[in-house]
Design a protein. Structure first.
Length: 84
């Protein structure tokens, strides 16, 4: 499961984020506004809180998927036995 990252931003930072991102959906919830946005292929949730602060939530991104390295020992052994 992917980890979620969250950070507190100012209202000005939220405004900049909303200008550069694509707004997918928004809703007002009890004094706060919740935005579902996408930016650079990533989906984020931004919550504008009373008092001028915002909470931005997104999935942790990884550079490359981690994979095990499997040595090709069986393949090398098979090709040597086929030569005989």
């Amino acid at each position: 499961m992917s980890k979620l990252l969250w950070r507190v931003e100012s209202g000005a930072e939220l405004a900049r984020l909303l200008v550069t991102a694509t707004l997918e959906e928004s809703a007002a919830v009890s004094g706060a506004t919740v935005y579902r946005i996408s930016q650079d292929g990533k989906e984020k949730i931004a919550i504008a809180l009373p008092g001028g602060q915002a909470l931005v939530i997104e999935q942790e991104s990884f550079g490359r998927p981690r994979r095990r390295r499997v040595e090709a020992v069986a393949t090398a052994t098979e090709s040597q036995s086929g030569d005989a």
